[in-house]
Each structure stands twice: as C-alpha cells, then as structure tokens.
Design a protein around this ligand. Sequence first.
Ligand code: TRP
Length: 342
Amino acid sequence: MVDVTPKRKIETQPARKETILSGMQPTGSLHVGNLEGALKNWVNLQEKYWMYLCIVDWHSLTAEYKDTGDLKDKIFQMAVDFLAAGLSPEKCAIFIQSEVKEHAELHLIFSMLISVPTLTRLPTFQEKKDQLDSYGFLGYPVLQAADICLYNADKVPVGKDQEKHIWLAKDLAIRFNNTFQKVFNEPEVLLTEIPLILGSDNRKMSKSFDNHIPLDYTEKQTEKRLLQYYTDPKKVRKGDPGRPEICPIYLLHKLYTPGHKQEIAPPCRTGELGCVDCKKKLVQNLNDALRPIREKRAELIKKPDYIWDVLEDGASRARHRAQNVMEKVRTAMKTNYRKEKK
Ligand code: TRP
C-alpha cells in the first residue's frame, strides 16, 4: 500500500539545539560570586542548549606559568563545585582545555589571522601589560577565540568585561571564512546580568583578595566571614541610621532574603536594626541556600574517580566535535595533505 500521509517533517523534527560554550580558569573551589555570576546561569542554560564548559588550564598559565603544582587540585575542586551547583554531566560536557589538543592547533592558525597591534589595543592587555608581557598573554584572546570556534558555538554567556573577546572570536571566524571557505559560525555574546557581589572588604568578591565566601566553607566559617564584613561606616552602633544602598551585606540580602525590601532596608534606615542582627539574618538565609550545594559537595568529594571520569567523558565528547571542525579547517586550508581528493 502506498503511504499517502503527508510527511510533516518540519513540525515533528525538534528545532536544532544551539550550542553554548563558556570557560573558566581553574581557581580551585568556587565562591558565592561565582555561583551568582556564572554557575546559576549555566545551570539554567543547560536545559535549552548543548553546553560545553571548558576549564581553561592553558589560559591560567598566562598568569602563573611557574606555579603549576596545584593546578590538578584546582581543576578537581572546581569540577566538584560545578556538579554540586547543579550542572549535569548528561546535559553538559565539562572538560579540561588541555585534554583537547585541538584548542592549541586552532589557536596557532588563528594567530596568523590577527595583527599584534589589534591585540595590544585590547583593554584586558592594557590593564596588565606591565606585569604580564609574554607572547602567551598577548595571545590570551586568540586562544579564547579558538575555544569558542572549535565547537562552532552559537552563543557565549559571559559578563560585560569579556564582550570584546567574543567580538574578536566572531571577527576571527569571519576572517577565516572569507580567507578560505565557510567553516565557522559567527558566535554571539549572551550577556549575563551579573549581580554585583562584594566581598568582606567592600571590593569585588574574589579569592585573590581573600574577601570571599567559598561554597565549601562550613556554616560557622560563613558566619565568621559575614560578621567581619564592611558595613556603612556611618552606622557605628544600633540606633544609628544606616544606608542599605552602600552596604555589601544588603547586596547579599537582595539575593538571599526574599523580604529584604520590608524587613531589612526600612529598619536599617531608622536604626532599629543593628548591623550584627542584620548580619545574623543573612547568615541564616545564606547558609540555608548553600546547604544543598554543600551537602552534594561533601558527597562528591568522596568520589574522586567519578569526578575524573566526568572530565574524561566531557573531553571525549568535546574532542569528537572539535576533531570534526578541525577536519573542515584543514580541508578549507588545503593542509589535509594525506587525504585523497574526492
Ligand atoms: N577569559 C574568560 C574569563 O576570564 C575565560 C575563558 C576562556 C572563556 N575561554 C573562554 C570564557 C571561552 C568564555 C568562552 O572569564
């Protein structure tokens, strides 16, 4: 019998899932700033996209090429936090950059397509050029472009400070396509609204300032850190009026205390709520929010083999895709010397 049912291919086929790639330097265990600035966003994105998350160990060498002894542990701790925060190895390939050698190959090819003055003009280079003047550091954004284009990523979720690097990746993709033939997608920035999170000294929360709240802190350590926090210097004791808008503790309440607008800001302003009591409320709410992540972390840390397996599996999935793209790159460049002409 002849099948006469119309083929409704377009409607039944799922839309092509777009690919997202992001990267993070291995800094070891993560903190509340990383959780709010990146991890939570990635956990949401993994539901909708093919996700590649690259732990960029080669990038970290641009700043600390001598200090490599603790790199392995930093990678491990970071992978544990990725999983504890809810990233799923089924939905997202988590891998180590140096385990997919194609990153280095594409970096080398891209390095031919960009001029030195273009790289020296980038603000990220200008900011640090007095401390970091290596060839490797100059090429940092080129390696980042390779990370992105190697997977033909459609979107790259990053904060505003990284926007220029993504434009550069797009520029390199276009340049390659125009010079040889079309291999690359043009990646776009997926600008992440990063909430402002300050550390205990009122500077940006960062491990290097030691002003941070690590996810692997105990509840007691969290309490201690919060009690050390900077607050409005004009509010010396309970009864003095405070200014929540300049207080880093209030920034955290905004994220972790649902009723902050009524319960925290007004009594702070009138002086009724003292800083110690205000911090204690935050201790409670922050510890409540972090508890599931900490419990999962404690479980995962007992299974190092599992963590290394997740990274290996991520690398093999990444490699598969990367090798495919590199094959096309070599064909486009006519450097696939041993492949027979079809
Ligand atoms: N440069 C990024 C940062 O400092 C890290 C990074 C490396 C990255 N490769 C990437 C981010 C590719 C997004 C995509 O945060």
